[in-house]
Each structure stands twice: as C-alpha cells, then as structure tokens.
Write a protein that binds this ligand. Structure first.
Ligand code: PLP
Length: 370
C-alpha cells in the first residue's frame, strides 16, 4: 500500500473551472478570489500573490521594512527559529536584522512572556521592530496576547497564517499571510495572499506585487512582479467552495490519530484545541531514532515528512546571528523530533488503519532511549 504525505483530490468541477479560465478573459478573476477570501475571513482586504514567501516579502516592503535612512539603526524582525525560513529570509533580503525566538514545544508557537523579554532587550536599538507569529500546522495560539505585547512595545505584529486558511479565529495582527502550497488545505500548485483591515497597507501591497504601479499608472516605487497567475486563482477559488469539507476531513483524520496514539510512551500528541485546523498532524517522538522511524515507514509505503527546521542552524544563518540572540534550547533539543503524518481529504479508514499500524510497528522496532 502507498500512503502519500499529502494529496489534493481535484474534482470534475475543478477541471471544468480550469477550462473555463482557459477559455475566457481573465478580467475579474483575481478580484473575485480576493473578495471570496475576504468574505470567508471577515477581513477588509486580501491581496493575492505568487506564493506565501512572496506574500511576506511584499507585505514587509509595504510596511517599509528596511527602508531606513543611512543614519538610522536597522530594523529588527523577531520570529521563531523553528519553522520554514521564509519569514527570516525575506527580512534579511530587505536588510533587516533577525532575532530568533524559542518555541513552546507543545504549540510550536511564541511564548508571550518570552517575547516581552526580547522586546524589552531590543527596544531602543532598532528603527522599528516587526514580530512574525507563526501558527504552525493549523493551531492558532495566543494571537491576541502577542498583539497586546507588540502594541505595548510599538512593534508591528504580523501573523504567518500559511497553515491556517479557514480559521475562525479573528485576525489579531496588523496583517497576515496565507500559502496555497500543495501541502496546505487549499492547493493552488503555488500561491499566496496577504490579508489586512488597513486600507493604506492593502494599497501599498497591491503596488509592491505589481512593479510598483500606482492608481495613476506611475511606477512609483521599485518593485517586482509577484502576481498570482489567473489559472491558479481559478483553482484556488473552486476549492474554497468546499473549504468546510476540507476542514472537516482534516479534523476527522486528526481524531483518528488521536485515539490511535493516545497513551503511547515517548510520543507527544499536539494539544487538542478548538483553534486547531489540523492542516497537518504532527507527532513528537522524543525518545526514538526519528531517521530510522521514517525509513521504516517509507519502506512500508507510508510517507513521513520532517516537520520543520531550526532556521538559526541553517548555513545561511549561522554566521549572521545577533549578539543578543537568546538560547534556543527547546528548538535545538526538539528540532529532529517532530514528524508530519499523512493527512489529506479522502483518506479512507483502510489508509488510516494501515498508516497507524505501520507507525506502531515502526515505534516498536526503532531504538527507544527511554
Ligand atoms: C509557516 C510558513 N510560512 C511561509 C511558508 C511559505 O509558503 P510558500 O511555500 O507558499 O512560499 C511556508 C511554507 O511551507 C510555511 O510553512
């Protein structure tokens, strides 16, 4: 049996939408998608772009990151180290400094009191401070308290909601981003979007995604092309028509894994929260040899993926860490312990049982140091 890590089931309706987009003029398709996303999330503005990383980059530019004068101190981005490196890399490319945060190993999110400490240390040494909060794998945690702390310290709070499209938790940040990468709930092949309630910020994002072109037809700022292709917009729009089903499917799979893995020594399950969308299901295997575990599952046809990276330990970053960089003890300790289990709509009970049995076999075969 072969169980992929992720899979999108495109329907006949997706295919007919695609052919409709190939046949008709593209006018209005992007605007319709943006309006639909804004309506689902009860947000004023959505600006689609070519992918989630571009969404962060365009948003940073629109917020003026890195646009300091030569006598100004640099800007600072604070972001958890344990994630995909998009948020940190985009900031570095705009000349901002990056301070990596440790994570709470259960939520993989920012600990508000730790953020407060970092803001207190950094305040005064940077022109502006930006905080990117990442709602990893679908769990939205502490967004209101992070916003409150950011406001208190004059920092800009951005939500990296790459994994939380469809969440009913309201926007807490100044703005946020989604990704339509194939691993995400809605798969556009690639794709991303910025969301915000701020009119001026939304206008600036539209300029920075499209060569700096303003409403009067002037190239008013230096910018590149990060537009979302129309065909992908159509594919994304059609999947949004069944977003409730896609969310319920991930929840069904999470419930199955929960009951199957409850009480097994040496593995930690993610916290059960009504704010979890279960876009991905992550296990923490603290006492196991994860690489042997993955190999074992792979040989049986079950795809298990590495769940994230410690960005501060990646080659591009090791020589670029700040002097005030705090310890990242939990990130470093747990970085290799998290695995992503297969989770996709249409996964059958047979698929799930085979996956669970394979994982249990793997757990009893690979060395446990507990
Ligand atoms: C938390 C997070 N932010 C941003 C991104 C970047 O999204 P994209 O792959 O669409 O560029 C990813 C990608 O997986 C991600 O996991």
């Amino acid at each position: 049996m072969k169980i992929p890590g992720c899979k999108t089931t495109y329907t006949s309706s997706d295919y007919s939408w695609l052919s409709k987009y190939l046949d008709t003029s593209s006018r209005g398709i992007i605007e319709n998608l943006e309006a639909k996303l804004a309506e689902i999330h009860n947000i004023k503005h959505v600006v689609t772009v070519s992918n989630g990383t571009a969404a962060l980059f365009v948003l940073y530019q629109a917020l003026g990151m890195g646009m300091s004068g030569s006598d100004d101190p640099p800007d600072l981005l604070i972001v958890p180290s344990y994630t995909w490196p998009s948020a940190a890399n985009a900031a570095a490319m705009l000349g901002a400094k990056v301070l990596f945060m440790d994570i709470n190993p259960d939520t993989l999110n920012i600990e508000p009191h730790a953020l407060e400490g970092l803001l207190a240390t950094a305040r005064g040494s940077y022109r502006r401070i930006f905080v990117v909060q990442i709602h990893q794998f679908g769990l939205v945690e502490n967004s209101k308290s992070v916003r409150r702390i950011c406001d208190e310290y004059g920092a800009v709070h951005i939500e990296d909601a790459a994994w939380t499209l469809g969440s009913s938790v309201p926007l807490a940040g100044v703005a946020g981003i989604w990704s339509f990468h194939p691993r995400k709930l809605v798969n556009g092949g690639e794709g991303g979007a910025i969301y915000t309630d701020d009119d001026h910020l939304a206008d600036a994002c539209r300029r920075y995604r499209n060569h700096g072109l303003d409403d009067e037809g002037n190239f008013s700022v230096f910018a590149l092309n990060f537009r979302l292709p129309v065909i992908q917009a159509g594919l994304i729009h059609n999947q949004l028509n069944r977003i409730e089903y896609l969310i319920q499917e991930r929840k069904r799979i999470a419930d199955f894994y929960y009951s199957a893995f409850a009480g097994i020594e040496g593995i930690s399950l993610p916290p059960k929260s009504e704010n979890h969308l279960w876009q991905a299901f992550v296990l923490r295997l603290e006492d196991y040899d994860v690489s042997n575990f993955k190999d074992f599952c792979e040989k049986k046809g079950v795809e298990i993926a590495h769940a994230g990276f410690s960005t501060h330990r990646e080659k591009a970053w090791v020589s670029n860490l700040l002097d005030i960089q705090p310890d990242l003890t939990k990130t470093t300790r747990y970085e290799n312990s998290y695995v992503l289990l297969p989770s996709f709509e249409g996964m059958t009970t047979d698929d799930l049982e085979y996956t669970v049995n394979t994982i249990k076999e793997a757990l009893s075969s690979v060395k446990c140091s507990c």
